[in-house]
Design a protein. Structure first.
Length: 154
């Protein structure tokens, strides 16, 4: 019987050692998910009221591929994205409102191609243009959509 007890004891001791070693490791939580960013509600309100129409920058086929239907779509369509009419500029160049093509279009800047925006509603109220301009100049910070309370109205 002692022939069998010794190997069992050794195996048990080794098993306990491996188990104990495993228990001393700290469990590491996975990193938090990347935030889902969108434009702030104050900016989206301007887009919803003046741009996000099915014959303009809304619906299934927005003009220039620039969808402005909701905060997330707007953010992905404009922040750091090359302007379709002039790829030398970004639609919204974070921290550089003077060279943000969307701001240029809203102000009828001499560097734009085509018509000023919003189409059929130019000029946009200066306070609304200033909201977009200031947001772009501040780096176009996104708002985490997990916590945003959208004021988008269909």
């Amino acid at each position: 019987m002692s022939r069998f007890v010794a190997p069992v004891l050794v195996a048990s001791a080794l098993g306990l050692a491996f188990f104990a070693a495993g228990c001393t490791e700290k469990l590491v939580a996975p990193p938090p998910p990347e935030p889902i960013l969108g434009v702030p509600d104050s900016i989206q309100q301007v887009f919803t009221a003046g741009c996000a129409f099915s014959n303009c920058h809304g619906g299934a086929t927005p003009r220039q591929g620039m969808g402005l239907d909701d905060a997330r779509t707007s953010y992905l369509s404009i922040v750091g994205v090359a302007a379709a009419q002039n790829g030398a500029f970004q639609r919204i160049a974070p921290g550089d409102s003077a060279n943000s093509y969307m701001v240029m279009k809203l102000r009828n800047d001499a560097r734009i191609s085509g018509q000023p925006m919003p189409q059929g509603g130019f000029p946009l109220d200066e306070a609304e243009v200033m909201k977009i301009t200031a947001w772009a100049q501040q780096g176009a910070p996104g708002e985490d959509q997990a916590f945003a309370t959208s004021t988008n109205v269909e």
